[in-house]
Design a protein around this ligand. Structure first.
Ligand SMILES: [Zn+2]
Length: 276
């Protein structure tokens, strides 16, 4: 887990994690975080010169128009313009990750959108495929505009859709409320690509292999499980935590209200048990 309160450190940690988990390579990737009106962004050549072991004081801080507050403008990552374009168009975005995840790039290199097939991908990203933008010069204004257009299309279908797209022959852009979520988008999307590739390698041509999805669980269905997370029905009789015969009344731990008498009662029971 990355401590997102320490922004500079969290950018360094996520960069290392992306690199170690082969979600990006030495040739590129860049990471940024919005904090109010300020943007924190990784420096140019983080992979090439540092294999993503970058230092906190190398992180550059700017305003929303890339005017530096700390650090030099010429040290900002080449692809920064796409990051700023995303922040200017999506006020809910708190972090952006551009990465080079090799398995998603394999789909991008075939101009194929990536279907969200795994439960993890659909739970996190929803059912929309991870779609390719049109080919654009890396770091160009055209690239930023194409990414924003792709993200707006995702939000047209689902106003709360997590934002991620594929750049043909290049990599991904993901944008989320914070760095942990944005890393998650990148990782689950690449895991989905891995599943599809392994499936093809392992079972292609095998007539016993059933490639269809039998049940489509939507993001909403998966989220609704939270509302019914009780593990037994009201009326269920069991031995409670203190050995008493107890009847489950449907109260969940989330409903627990502080009750001074109850706390005293429990404390007394614990003391009694310890004395035994
Ligand atoms: Zn790149």
């Amino acid at each position: 887990m990355v401590d997102i309160k320490n922004i500079r450190k969290s950018i360094c940690d996520i960069g290392k994690l992306l690199y170690d988990r082969e979600l990006t390579d030495s040739s590129g990737g860049n990471i940024s975080v919005r904090d109010g009106e300020k943007i924190y962004i990784s420096p140019r050549r983080s992979g090439t010169d540092h294999q993503w072991s970058i230092k906190e004081d190398s992180i550059i801080v700017t305003d929303l128009c890339k005017i530096p507050i700390m650090g030099k403008a010429e040290n900002i990552s080449r692809e920064a313009s796409s990051h700023y374009c995303i922040y200017q168009n999506f006020p809910d975005v708190g972090a952006v990750i551009h990465a080079h995840p090799i398995q998603i790039m394999s789909f991008g290199a075939a101009h194929m959108d990536l279907a969200a097939v795994s439960e993890g991908t659909r739970a996190v990203l929803g059912e929309q495929p991870i779609a390719n933008i049109s080919e654009a010069l890396p770091g160009s204004a055209e690239q930023g505009e194409a990414i924003v257009e792709n993200f707006k299309n995702r939000r047209k279908i689902d106003p709360t859709a997590p934002l991620i797209c594929s750049l043909p022959f290049h990599g991904t852009f993901a944008a989320g409320p914070n760095l942990n979520e944005t890393f998650l988008y990148t990782e689950v999307a690449n895991n989905c690509a891995k599943i599809l590739i392994y499936r093809q390698i392992m079972f292609s041509g095998n007539p016993d292999a059933d490639f269809s999805i039998h049940r489509h669980f939507t993001k909403e269905e998966i989220a609704s499980i939270d509302a019914t997370k009780e593990v037994c029905s009201p009326g269920y009789v069991y031995r409670g935590a203190f050995g008493d015969v107890t009847t489950y009344n449907g109260r969940q731990s989330g409903d627990f209200k502080f009750d001074k008498n109850l706390v005293e009662e429990i404390t007394e029971k614990i003391i009694k048990q310890l004395k035994k």
